[in-house]
Design a protein around this ligand. Structure first.
Ligand SMILES: Nc1ncnc2c1ncn2[C@@H]1O[C@H](COP(=O)(O)OP(=O)(O)O)[C@@H](O)[C@H]1O
Ligand SMILES: [Mg+2]
Length: 247
């Protein structure tokens, strides 16, 4: 395995390409359970028929966990939007359509979205009353069984050189309410500083799925509180502000 072509770097992962393989390596100390869960999610998604890079191997390289998948030659939607700003709205519509196609997919083996959200809300940095309120509100929200990506943003969509659409990065996949997943995507656009993208995405999502925007907004404090648990200080401050202003 040659690890000399880096394609992406983050705090806890480095991703390499070696000819037609993609090698996602995790830093030492990264939870083994999380690596295995990500690989398991990927294999489950493959079985649904959605287009996603095929999982080839889970291994260790120099003591670090690594997930090896097929490498998809192409460009992410983020890159396409940057390269062709005139076509940004077109790409946003494609992005929204792909998200809706995810929600039309069923993957019953995945964990329910509410389980993880409950666990995270309990330990987020909010006072006990607010946590209890959010906890009670989450209990009342409708329980659905749609496939939710959990980190649906334009970095995680690759359009291949042959024009096929691949969805990557299933580490946070669950089953549950599509509006919670849409709320998460809205917040992800905000966190990238793309507020007009967030609004356009949400408008399109609501129009295409005939969902009341207020309903998606009602998920926002719950999703923000849950998401504030594993992130940096700046993101935490932003997410916790959503839990206070939008009750
Ligand atoms: N199988 C793949 N084929 C092509 N590019 C990939 C593949 N997997 C990841 N990438 C590239 O690496 C980036 C980060 O990968 P991702 O799995 O989303 O990791 P992270 O958890 O860091 O977001 C993607 O945005 C994409 O540009
Ligand atoms: Mg990603």
């Amino acid at each position: 395995m040659k690890l000399d072509r880096v394609i992406s770097v983050s705090n806890d992962k480095i991703i390499y390409r070696d000819s037609n393989k993609c090698i996602k390596t995790f830093i030492s100390g990264y939870s083994k359970a999380d690596v295995l869960n990500e690989a398991l999610n990927m294999s489950r998604i493959e079985e649904t028929g959605l287009k996603t890079p095929k999982l080839l191997e889970v291994t260790t390289i120099d003591g670090k966990w690594a997930i090896i998948t097929e490498y998809i030659r192409g460009k992410t939607l983020t890159r396409l939007m940057e390269e062709e700003p005139d076509k940004k709205d077109e790409y946003l519509e494609l992005f929204t359509d792909i998200h809706i196609s995810v929600h039309k997919t069923s993957c019953p083996e995945l964990a329910p979205i509410k389980d993880g959200m409950n666990r995270k809300i309990i330990c987020c940095e909010l006072d006990a009353n607010t946590r209890y309120e959010l906890f009670a509100r989450l209990e009342e929200m409708p329980r659905h069984n749609k496939l939710c990506h959990g980190d649906f943003n334009p970095d995680n969509i690759v359009i291949s050189d042959t024009g096929e659409t691949y969805i990557l990065d299933w580490s946070r996949a669950t089953r549950g309410n599509a509006s919670a997943d849409a709320a998460r995507t809205y917040l992800l656009f905000w966190m990238r500083g793309d507020i007009s993208g967030a609004q356009k995405y949400l408008d399109m999502f609501c129009a295409k799925t005939e969902t009341d925007k207020e309903y998606v907004m009602s998920w926002m404090p719950l999703v923000a509180a849950a998401q504030s648990v594993k992130c940096n200080d700046k993101e935490k401050e932003f997410l916790l502000s959503w839990t206070k202003n939008n009750k």
